[in-house]
Design a binder for this molecule. Structure first.
Ligand code: PGA
Length: 246
């Protein structure tokens, strides 16, 4: 059985003290569930200190070092701060990055430069793509970029995060989320083997709340959640973690 994994992505909200309080709450309620918080780069060190919880960053540059001044942390920085978790492919830049093959570059860079860092690989379609019936083709395109990077699959979690559900309050129907997660698992299985696909944890993300998580987690191919807005509310996030206790 796959151990459920719940990620909280604070995005660019919060303060040092607020984030530390959220982490403490999650830590106190995390027994039996793999819980991680992704925080803004500037708060990472303060957040990680004494938290006892897995803490990660929300993006990474594909370059070990770089002269870009407003880009995500580089892979050498991830290594330097011993960052064990990172998101790649979050919705903000997903289309641009996938169109330019950046997913492969980023996953490859982390796999090689920071082999101990676990990647949360986000994928999923836009509203237009869903309306056009191309959801599975979009998922295949994103996932192929992950596969092309030859990641260490033990250090990968995939998050199905349809863009239209992120931060909108519109959550995917459990059956639709299940269909997409199952498609992802089958596609990966067909490319790299069913043993890897069966062990891989696939999260659903997009307007997950305390009042919709219980139904979603019943679906057989949903192995946890990636949570934005609701992870900023301690009680709400506690209930989401609780829904994943097996
Ligand atoms: P949301 O964000 O839960 O606020 O929709 C999800 C995410 O961006 O990962």
């Amino acid at each position: 059985m796959r151990n459920y994994v719940v990620g909280g992505n604070t995005k660019n909200f919060g303060s040092q003290s607020a984030i530390r309080a959220l982490l403490a709450n999650a830590k106190n309620n995390s027994e039996g569930v793999d819980v991680v918080y992704y925080v803004p780069d500037v708060y990472f060190v303060a957040a990680k200190k004494e938290s006892g919880l897995k803490v990660g960053l929300q993006d990474v540059s594909e370059k070990p070092e770089s002269s870009d001044t407003h880009y995500a942390a580089t892979t050498s920085m991830l290594k330097d701060i011993e960052c064990s978790e990172v998101i790649i492919g979050h919705s903000d830049n997903r289309k641009l990055e996938s169109d330019h093959g950046k997913f492969t570059l980023k996953v490859k860079a982390v796999t090689i430069e920071c082999p101990k860092t676990r990647i949360c690989f986000c994928c999923g379609e836009s509203k237009d793509e869903r309306d056009q019936g191309t959801t599975n083709a979009v998922l295949d395109k994103h996932i192929l970029q992950l596969i092309d990077a030859s990641p260490n699959w033990e250090n990968v979690v995939v998050a199905y995060e349809p863009v239209w559900a992120i931060g909108t309050g519109v959550v995917a129907l459990p059956a639709d989320a299940q269909a997409a997660c199952k498609h992802i698992r089958n596609f990966i299985g067909s490319k790299v083997g069913t043993e890897i696909a069966d062990a891989l944890r696939i999260q659903y993300g997009g307007s997950v709340k305390a009042d919709n998580c219980v139904e979603l987690i019943q679906e057989p191919d949903i192995d946890g959640f990636l949570v934005g807005g609701a992870c900023l509310k301690a009680e709400e996030f506690k209930k989401i973690i609780a829904s994943c206790k097996q």
